[in-house]
Structure formats: structure tokens, C-alpha cells
Design a protein around this ligand. Structure first.
Ligand code: 15L
Length: 270
């Protein structure tokens, strides 16, 4: 991997990854709709709107690998999700195919499967159960990943990111938290491991309360170092201050499930 493009480089995860990937790949090419405020002189930035295929082709040309973080990262109005995450994601994979980019790592989300009850342990082979329009867009991105891997020969890894940060924030995040270095480990497997064709990983650290079977990642060498339980006291204290959310507390997707919830199955069978 010589040239690696990171989309969404000005976002929360992108900003952190820029620091962690520095020096890992010789040419790191950063892209977003707006230039990161703290861009350093030696950093290479190309502005692009993912909804415009010509602009996406321009940033993708010449890359060996792509880390696709770009798009809208929470629930939003349909048109926003459509432009950024549906059309934007299609444009990214199509541009990668046209320019023969060998590898794509797609930042999927736990919200592609948010409507599984927390009592259920799932693997990456469980059918998608999105909890939001945002979650639907991530499931769509995973479907594109499979299409472009099996039909066009790209090597694609989807990482269903749980919650990225320095520490888990509440009870739910104790199960789904991922530390920045552990996410870098998963990304590097996606960009470098010789056996990758089409993989789905859960983006989670070594969390004792995990709901997910991440054996696909472990099979390819993932050895998470972060342990959510080291932060359990502070996470549970923060959780005690949250308002009750009977729907969100039952499902893995938390508040994304209770948001706009009407007439659904309050407690789906486990
Ligand atoms: C996500 O996918 C979001 O991008 C992030 O903002 C968090 O809401 C996270 O999920 C989460 O589930 O905690």
C-alpha cells in the first residue's frame, strides 16, 4: 500500500485516524467536503463532494487503497442520507472499480444491525436489521461491498463500527466500544491482509459485555488491546444519569431504535 485515500478525513474518526495512520502508508491522501481546520503543511488534502461521481473519480485515481469514512454519520433526513451515504457510497465503489483500486475498507456501523435485542449474540452472518435510515444506508454500503468484491474483484472489508473513542461512555458503549488503536488494527487488516476478499468485522475492542461474535476478525489476526471493562465504573455512573428509554435499552442500537419509534415491536423476541 503506497497511496491510501481517507474520505471523511475532517470528521471525528477521520481526524483521529489522520494522526494514527501518519507514517504507516507513504502517501496518505485526505478528502472531505471541507478542509480540516488543523491540516498540517505536509498533509495532502483533496476536497470532494461524494455525491458527485466526477469529483470522487478525481480523488480516487491513483490510490492503492481507500478507507471510506465519508458520509453522514448519524440519523438524518432522507435526502441527506440519500446524497451522502447512498449515492456517495455508490460513487465511491464505482470510482474504485473504474480506477482499479485494489482495496476498500468501508466504515459500516452497528446501526446496520441495531434492531437485534441486546440479549442476542450475533455474528456477521445474521441478516441486517437497520435501526434508522442511517443504518439502512450502512446495510446498503455493505451490499455494494459484496457486489464489488464478488463481481469486480475488489478486496473489501466492512467494519461495523460500534462506538469509537478513548473510553466507553455508558452501559451500551461498554459492549460496543472500540479504541482508536484497535480500529487502526482492523483497518490495516483490511488494507494489507493477503486473504481478504470480502469481509465483515465488528468494530469493537476486547469488551467483556460484547453482543457480537467477531471471529472473522480474529481469524485474520485481530488482537484488540482496549478493554471496555477497565472503564466500567465511570461508564455506569454516566449511564445512571440518562433518562429511561425502554425501547433503546432493549435493543443493541440504543437511542437510534427509540428515535421515531411508533407501533413497532417494543421487545422483539430474543
Ligand atoms: C454510529 O454509527 C455513529 O456514527 C456514532 O456517532 C455513534 O452514534 C455510534 O454509532 C453509536 O452507536 O454509539
Amino acid at each position: 500500500m503506497q497511496t491510501v485515500l481517507v474520505t471523511g478525513a475532517a470528521g471525528g474518526i477521520g481526524t483521529r485516524l489522520r494522526q494514527l495512520l501518519k507514517g504507516v502508508y507513504p502517501n496518505l491522501r485526505l478528502s472531505d467536503m471541507k478542509e480540516p481546520g488543523d491540516l498540517a503543511r505536509e498533509e495532502m488534502f483533496m476536497r470532494a463532494d461524494l455525491a458527485d461521481l466526477a469529483q470522487v473519480e478525481r480523488i480516487v485515481a491513483g490510490a492503492d487503497g481507500i478507507v471510506h469514512l465519508g458520509g453522514f454519520s448519524v440519523e438524518g433526513p432522507w435526502d441527506t442520507i440519500l446524497q451522502s451515504n447512498i449515492i456517495g457510497c455508490y460513487n465511491l465503489f464505482e470510482a474504485a472499480r473504474r480506477h482499479r483500486v485494489e482495496r476498500v475498507v468501508f466504515a459500516s456501523s452497528n446501526h446496520a444491525v441495531g434492531f437485534y435485542p441486546r440479549q442476542r449474540r450475533i455474528g456477521t452472518d445474521a441478516a441486517v436489521r437497520p435501526d434508522s435510515r442511517y443504518g439502512v444506508s450502512k446495510a446498503f454500503g455493505e451490499a455494494l461491498a459484496a457486489l464489488y468484491a464478488y463481481k469486480h474483484g475488489l478486496r473489501v472489508t466492512c467494519i461495523r463500527i460500534g462506538n469509537f473513542g478513548d473510553a466507553p461512555l455508558d452501559r451500551r458503549r461498554l459492549a460496543i466500544w472500540i479504541s482508536p488503536p484497535d480500529l487502526v488494527q482492523l483497518i490495516r487488516i483490511g488494507l494489507e491482509h493477503p486473504d481478504v476478499r470480502h469481509e465483515i468485522f465488528f468494530g469493537a475492542s476486547d469488551n467483556a459485555r460484547a453482543w457480537w461474535d467477531n471471529s472473522a476478525a480474529f481469524r485474520l489476526g485481530y488482537r484488540p488491546q482496549g478493554r471496555a471493562e477497565d472503564y466500567s465504573a465511570q461508564a455506569l455512573a454516566a449511564d445512571a444519569k440518562l433518562p429511561p428509554d425502554p425501547v433503546g435499552d432493549w435493543y443493541q442500537g440504543g437511542p437510534f431504535c427509540s428515535d421515531e419509534f411508533d407501533d413497532g415491536i417494543e421487545r422483539a423476541p430474543v
